[in-house]
Design a protein around this ligand. Structure first.
Ligand SMILES: Nc1nc2c(ncn2[C@@H]2O[C@H](COP(=O)(O)OP(=O)(O)OP(=O)(O)O)[C@@H](O)[C@H]2O)c(=O)[nH]1
Ligand SMILES: [Mg+2]
Length: 350
């Protein structure tokens, strides 16, 4: 799962990347030439993994992970996002649009004034246009091949009309079947998108930005980039005091991950044993056989059954043999819908 941070230059993308990852990638009040993207894989803290590890004492304790990318977008002279950058965005699972809402005379704004709603619309326009272009190209192609009567063409027409009205595809516009049909297009505006308000000490237009995000049906997240980055870079034990002083109950990463899990509909299941205690993230509504495939393709192919006990119930038993003795391990088939906190053991043969 890759979440990319995109936004106008100097909006605070790298600052927020550092805030979420604890890294110290360089930030500057001026944009300098073409830079590499910053990438980090972070572990998703999970108390269940910690408690289960105390019980199983495994050789390895593995948390679910989440990848953050700070894309260094290129813009065209007209202010749109370049084709190369659009291609990078298409590969992401989720897109976090960083919008500058902090005032600071020491940092220039590429559009010369602080106007978060304008900036959001500018970025969204660019993304909508890129999806529109892909759609039109494909339609032209189908037309040339004499396939105007095809099912695909009529879907594309519907999509094209929607986009040309300036609307995002969103996560609800395409049905699941259409999503499958068009998965190769990797429509950007059909990805989960989050508006991240980078509101500093002197913030401007945050409420208006939140309202605009709501109009587009986008998840909204707000943080104080510069300040929270400094806190995230402190040694763990010092962070709590500084957070409290700043009136924040939790670090930005905790808030952000909760929001990401929510907007991507993610849950975690667990596997336990002497070798490894581990959390795996999957989408809600994933069936047991598919979830097994997350661990290894052999487990999906040769899936027989899953032995399942929910974490909460397991904790009341304290260990696996007690859970077995009391008949608390359920046997579930391949269609079983895995629940958040399920401890699973997959039986399979290859
Ligand atoms: N006052 C203030 N300055 C900030 C805040 N967030 C970022 N900045 C400053 O804004 C400048 C740009 O921040 P970056 O994080 O480098 O922005 P960016 O979007 O990665 O910029 P480019 O990669 O060059 O497009 C730096 O000087 C930051 O210190 C904030 O919340 N408040
Ligand atoms: Mg940057």
């Amino acid at each position: 799962m890759e979440t990319g941070l995109i936004g106008l230059s100097l909006s605070g993308k790298t600052t927020i990347f550092n805030t979420l990852t604890g890294h110290s990638a360089s930030t500057a009040p001026h944009s300098g030439g073409k830079k590499e993207a910053n990438i980090a894989e972070i572990q998703v803290p999970d108390e269940r993994v910690d408690r289960l590890s105390e019980i199983f004492n495994p050789k390895k304790k593995v948390y679910a992970t989440c990848i953050f990318k700070d894309l260094n977008l290129d813009f065209t002279p007209e202010g749109g996002i370049s084709a190369a950058s659009i291609a990078e965005i298409r590969n992401l699972t989720a897109v976090a649009i960083v919008i500058r809402a902090y005032e600071d005379e020491g940092v220039p704004h590429p559009l010369e004034s602080i106007d978060p709603v304008r900036d959001l619309k500018k970025i969204l326009d660019s993304l909508v246009f890129s999806d529109y272009e892909v759609t039109e190209k494909r339609m032209e192609r189908l037309e040339k091949e004499g396939k105007k009567g095809s099912r695909e063409f009529s879907y594309l027409q519907k999509i094209s009309e929607h986009l040309s009205a300036g609307k995002l595809l969103g996560t609800g516009f395409l049905t699941e079947d259409e999503m499958k049909l068009f998965s190769g297009f990797a429509f950007i505006t059909a990805k989960p998108m989050i508006v991240v308000a980078n509101s500093g000490e002197a913030a401007k237009g945050v409420a208006e930005l939140e309202a605009a995000a709501g109009e587009f049906d986008l998840t909204f997240f707000s943080l104080q980039g510069a300040l929270e980055m400094e806190i995230a870079q402190l040694p763990g034990e010092d962070q709590a005091d500084f957070l409290k002083d700043a009136g924040l109950s939790e670090p930005a990463i905790t808030r952000f991950l909760r929001m990401i899990y929510d907007s991507l509909n993610l849950i975690s299941f667990l596997t336990v044993g002497e070798d490894e205690v581990r959390a795996w993230s999957i989408r809600k509504q994933t069936v047991a056989q598919k979830a097994a495939g997350k661990i290894h393709t052999d487990l999906e192919k040769g899936f027989i059954r899953a032995e399942v006990i929910h974490y909460d119930e397991f904790m009341t038993m304290g260990n696996m043999s007690e859970a077995k003795k009391q008949g608390k391990l359920r046997l579930e088939g391949k269609e079983y819908i895995v629940q958040d906190g399920d401890i699973m053991n997959i039986r399979f043969n290859v």
